[in-house]
Design a binder for this molecule. Structure first.
Ligand SMILES: C[S@@+](CC[C@H](N)C(=O)[O-])C[C@H]1O[C@@H](n2cnc3c(N)ncnc32)[C@H](O)[C@@H]1O
Length: 369
């Protein structure tokens, strides 16, 4: 592997005095690793390749306590070279010297990461499932776990289709889905792609989220099947939402973090993401309770098919964006003609460190299968 040219090092290091020590003669803070790296590079000036720059920034990130140093560095370099992942860069690109413009771009993006900006915001885009979505602070970055929520809705929908076919019922029109708290639009757009006949009403209380969802909708050319509404959902919201018609599904990845855990979130979250998107109040259920209360009046109450509210929240209290799982709250009046009532909706309490196990309230609920 070729080494970083001494001029590149000088340039990076000169521009980043607050992050990187300059060298053993000038600074006593240089780690032995950095020192030997610098010496070897000074001794072997040459052209700069992608692996060189990845290694350089990985070390800078590590030195400055940036989490996921290697991944961050790889994502940034790959992005500038027009690839999704470092692994997908072909050998030709890996060996080709970077241009000055590319090096400059990498440096600018890496400096943002050094300020603990999440890599999704640094790049301004991120893949969620098969979709490439714009990302912009402070709109919530979709977490990988959210993909489970999509699967739950798709499962519910296919269950409905099977039930419908087995009972020889009249075809149900395209499912209408309400998403409460759409953020970047990740869930709404994935569902529109995975359930081709569906239509979505996407609601968020934050203008920044509504704007970003709108941009992502246009990016994917899905504007014909979605309505985006800027609205702060509260206990009195039925009258604002019902004009768009009762829905087949309510889906939400609501704020879920216990208020007292908010201060211990990672710097990436605290500095850049909308904290209101995560703060679930004292019991983490602030918005979930609202959704459960509204659900009976918003879900369709006829048609002989299941209606469902699929809401994601953490299995255990956890202050970070990881280690939470998705469960479903199933209101299942099913095909017996019952009117959905409050008791059809799973009510659950989560308390710190424990959560009551979910109990399906209706034998026809898919969670009972
Ligand atoms: C955890 S984020 C989820 C965003 C997106 N659905 C996702 O999974 O990437 C929660 C979102 O709900 C929105 N939100 C929170 N409370 C709300 C409310 N009462 N009414 C409408 N939106 C709300 C926040 O602005 C935020 O965009």
């Amino acid at each position: 592997m070729r080494c970083l040219s001494s001029s590149l090092f000088r340039r990076f290091w000169g521009l980043l005095p607050q992050y990187v020590s300059v060298g053993p003669s000038q600074s006593p803070n240089l780690s032995p690793k950095q020192s030997s790296l610098r010496q070897s590079c000074s001794a072997r000036p040459g052209l700069v390749t992608a692996p060189d720059v990845v290694s350089f920034w990985q070390k800078v990130f590590e030195k400055n306590g940036i989490p996921e140093a290697r991944e961050s560095s790889e994502y940034i370099v790959s992005f500038v070279l027009g690839a999704k992942t470092f692994q997908s860069l072909g050998s030709e690109k890996l060996c080709t010297p970077l241009t000055a413009v590319q090096q400059e771009q990498i440096q600018q993006l890496s400096c943002k990461r050094l300020e603990r900006m999440p890599v999704q915001y640094v790049l301004g885009e991120w893949d969620f499932q098969d979709l490439n979505l714009k990302m912009r602070p402070p709109v919530f970055i979709p977490r990988p776990e959210t993909e489970d929520l999509i699967s739950l809705v798709v499962e519910e929908e296919s269950w409905k289709c099977k039930a419908k076919n087995s009972a020889f019922l009249v075809a149900v029109p395209s499912p209408v889905i309400l998403e409460i708290g759409c953020g970047s639009g990740a869930i709404a757009l994935s569902l529109l792609c995975k359930i081709p006949q569906s239509r979505v009403l996407a609601v968020d209380k934050e203008e920044a989220a509504v704007d970003l969802t709108r941009e992502n909708v246009h990016r994917l050319q899905l504007q014909d099947r979605i309505h985006i509404l800027h609205h702060n959902v509260s206990y009195g919201s039925a009258k604002h939402l019902l004009p768009w018609g009762p829905v087949d599904f309510i889906v939400s990845n609501p704020p879920y973090v216990f208020h007292e855990d908010m201060a211990s979130l990672d710097a990436e979250i605290l500095r850049y993401e909308d904290l209101d998107a995560l703060d679930g109040g004292d019991d983490g259920m602030r918005v979930i309770k609202i959704i459960l209360t509204l659900a009976p009046s918003l879900l369709k109450d006829s048609g002989g098919v299941k209606r469902a509210a699929v809401v994601g929240w953490p299995r255990q209290s956890h202050p970070g964006p990881v280690n939470f799982t998705r469960e479903k709250m199933i209101p299942s009046p099913c095909s017996d003609g019952e009117e959905p009532g409050k008791d059809d909706f799973l009510q659950t309490q989560q308390s710190k460190g424990q959560k009551q196990p979910l109990q399906p309230l209706h034998p026809h609920s898919p969670s009972a299968y």
